[in-house]
Design a protein around this ligand. Structure first.
Ligand code: FMN
Length: 275
């Protein structure tokens, strides 16, 4: 999760038995290097970094990717783009690739491009939403075309029961965002974390106005804005470093599982609760 998932969160999740991920989208190439190195100091276990070309643009993405290929974290996860030329380069560097997709067509492309793992992102998901399908329909359809490629399920999963359901459907695991925003280690602003606790299941909306660094009109899911402020047309994941007014007024990313979140916990406890 860009802006929210830094070394503390990623390492804690990995140390607890999950596969922690750094959100690289909004980082400079040198910051990507620093974060990977900091995470290595905090865990001996595998972790990943996520990159999204739409964020930094082609040159920025290439610079981030070059650092990742040098630093060789175990996993590189990718979202929203054509990765046919990226996946072979990562494979040559010994890095496992995961591509998050929003349609069966996109899944077939990712598998054809050689992705090691595919993530089925349902429309229930928080943050930017690639597709239009509910996870219950999408996951079984994707599994049919994935062959031997493991599939993770994403979107609205915030409980052990939710994980059990996607495992029963045939997923190899769950890819979880929003639940980990409400953890001690996440870099999210305290106001954002509190909004996640207060929000119920009916309180998210799927919108497509402006979100930081993304083309206008890109779809995302946020907590329904409750302020009569023009900033409600701006979506993001408010960070600790952002000011209170900003955190109170922008639309905050959250998936439909938000109603199941009623506390801020250390990430290791969240992993234990979910496992
Ligand atoms: C605050 C936040 C930031 C996100 N940022 C990214 C990102 O930078 N890259 C990415 O691939 N997905 C990102 N996502 C989407 C997740 O990969 C995933 O699809 C989503 O969190 C799953 O739904 P859930 O939030 O209901 O668990 C983000 C999600 C959230 C909630």
């Amino acid at each position: 999760m860009g802006g929210v998932a830094g070394p503390d969160l990623a390492a804690t999740v990995s140390n607890a038995g999950g596969l922690g991920h750094l959100g690289g989208i909004r980082r400079s190439a040198e910051d990507v290097r620093t974060w990977i190195r900091q995470t290595r100091e905090l865990t001996d276990r595998p972790f990943g970094i996520n990159l999204v070309p739409k964020g930094p643009g082609p040159d920025g993405f290439e610079a981030q990717l070059a650092v990742v290929l040098e630093e060789k974290p175990k996993v590189l996860s990718l979202f929203w783009g054509d990765f046919s030329k990226v996946i072979p380069r990562a494979r040559d560097a010994g890095i496992v690739t995961m591509v998050q997709v929003g349609s069966v067509e996109e899944a077939c492309k990712a598998v054809g491009d050689g992705a090691d793992i595919v993530i089925a992102q349902g429309i229930e998901s928080g943050g930017h939403v690639r597709g239009t399908l509910g996870l219950m329909s999408f996951l079984p359809a994707l599994l049919r075309v994935a062959g031997s490629v493991p599939v993770l399920a994403a979107g609205g999963i915030a409980s052990r029961e939710g994980i059990n359901i996607v495992l029963d459907l045939g997923a190899a695991g769950a890819w979880i965002g929003t639940r980990f925003v409400a953890t001690t280690e996440s870099l999210a602003h305290d106001i954002y974390k509190k909004r996640l606790i207060d929000a119920g299941t009916d309180d998210t909306v799927h919108n497509h106005f402006y979100s930081y660094g993304w083309p206008i009109g890109t779809p995302y899911r946020v907590i329904r804005p409750n302020k009569k402020s023009l900033l409600k047309w701006v979506a993001g994941g408010a960070r600790r470093v952002d000011n209170n007014t900003h955190a109170e007024r922008i639309s905050l990313y959250a998936g439909q599982g938000v109603g199941l979140i009623d506390n801020i916990l250390p990430a290791a406890e969240v992993v234990r609760e979910l496992s």
